[in-house]
Design a protein around this ligand. Structure first.
Ligand SMILES: [Fe+2]
Length: 258
């Protein structure tokens, strides 16, 4: 895959790019379906623990892929992903720090729309490469994002005025597609209306090791908090977010004013 000037301009201007059919390989497809089954089994076997985690009320928890992430990364590398990322972002491959993770949306009716947010701050810069293990369509919780919203660091209230009524991009993916975005773009996970979990694999790429990336030394697939912490304070916030969304919205809105 050669990155054209148009591709570069799109990434810079919109803050994201989707490359369809980036990996066209039967073995990769079977790896994805194996991994999908494996993560689902882990999820079922550890449901009690997962249900205590931050994000479990909204139905969206993070995944550590452990060494399984390497298998996927190897396929990406075979297709020169490092050159692609360098061309798009300017991050050189010997400076890559990459964390292999993902997130899992609970099946219907246990997942809800997230509130719009950015993943971290503008600095240190992070890039997120996402791919799916099972198709992501408009029924099973596609990520929604606002194009061009990665440029300025703005508080939530400003985001509301600037973007709320703008058109959202909805990310649909097939196995083999990849999606690269600035972590610092306004987006949200949406509700999974299907009966199956929706798993997105994310590689978080940064120039230097980020303390907040939760680097993992374990080789096992595991789950961890998403958006909210699992302590009482986090649980209360998440409860308000899920059950009393307008209250949570105003809380975020007014907090961002000061
Ligand atoms: Fe996010």
């Amino acid at each position: 895959m050669i990155i054209s000037e148009d591709n570069k301009n799109q990434f810079e201007n919109l803050g994201y790019i989707k490359i369809s059919n980036f990996i066209d390989d039967k073995n990769y497809k079977s790896l994805c379906s194996q991994l999908n089954a494996e993560i689902n089994k882990k999820f079922d076997d550890n449901k009690r623990d997962v249900m205590q985690m931050g994000g479990s009320l909204i139905g969206n928890v993070n995944i550590r892929l452990g060494n399984k992430g390497q298998l996927i990364w190897d396929y990406l590398k075979k297709n020169n992903i490092e050159d692609v990322i360098y061309s798009l972002t300017g991050i050189e491959k010997d400076k890559f720090e990459s964390f292999a993770g993902g997130n899992l949306l609970f099946p219907y009716p246990k997942s809800y729309n997230q509130i719009f947010h950015t993943d971290g701050k503008k600095e240190p810069r992070k890039i997120i490469l996402s791919l799916c293990l099972n198709e992501v369509n408009n029924n099973n919780g596609p990520t929604e994002l606002y194009e061009k919203s990665h440029k300025d660091e703005i508080p939530y209230w400003k985001f509301v005025f600037k973007y709320f009524f703008k058109k959202k991009y909805q990310l649909q993916l097939s196995v083999g597609d990849i999606f690269i975005r600035e972590a610092f773009i306004w987006h949200r996970g949406t509700r999974n209306k299907s009966k199956d979990t929706r798993i997105l694999v994310n590689f978080i790429i940064s120039e230097n090791k980020n303390k907040d990336l939760n680097y993992d030394t374990s080789h096992e697939i595991s789950f961890f908090d998403n958006m909210f912490s699992s302590d009482l304070r986090g649980k209360v916030k998440e409860f308000i977010d899920v059950k009393l969304r307008p209250v949570y919205f105003f809380y975020k809105f007014f907090r961002s004013l000061f």
